[in-house]
Design a protein around this ligand. Sequence first.
Ligand code: RB5
Length: 151
Amino acid sequence: MIALGCDHGGINLKREIIKYLDSKGIEYYDFGCYSEESVDYPIYAYKVAKAVAGGEFEKGILCCGTGIGISIAANKVKGIRAAVVSNEFGAEMTRRHNNANILCMGGRVTSEKDAVKFTDIFLNTPYSSDENRHIRRIKMISDIENGSFDY
Ligand code: RB5
């Protein structure tokens, strides 16, 4: 189950992503927003990030104008690794290496076609959990979050 969210700057991308998810039969819940009216992106970042961090949703997708503000807000929630992606390589690597659990994109910088392509890659690429260096680095990120970083 995928958690979706956006602000007015990312609603065009979210609409295309919904079409893609529908076409693939992938289940999702849309936490809003639902129109082009100006809204505050941290609201939707928080809703989606809490839903993913709580384990209720496997992954999340967030869109704002640049993908940046909404990713910064989502990353404040413990357990979230939200990545702004702007190319196919990034979409793949942030799953393989960072085990990113939220994909962030920007409706003012990324085309709808590319956003669907990055979504497809993000949802279909596994984490390289068999490689020790990635496990170690993800653990370091958690240690930063928990105030126990000591390397
Ligand atoms: C909203 O105008 C815009 O600031 C927002 O969508 C996002 O780009 C912030 O990072």
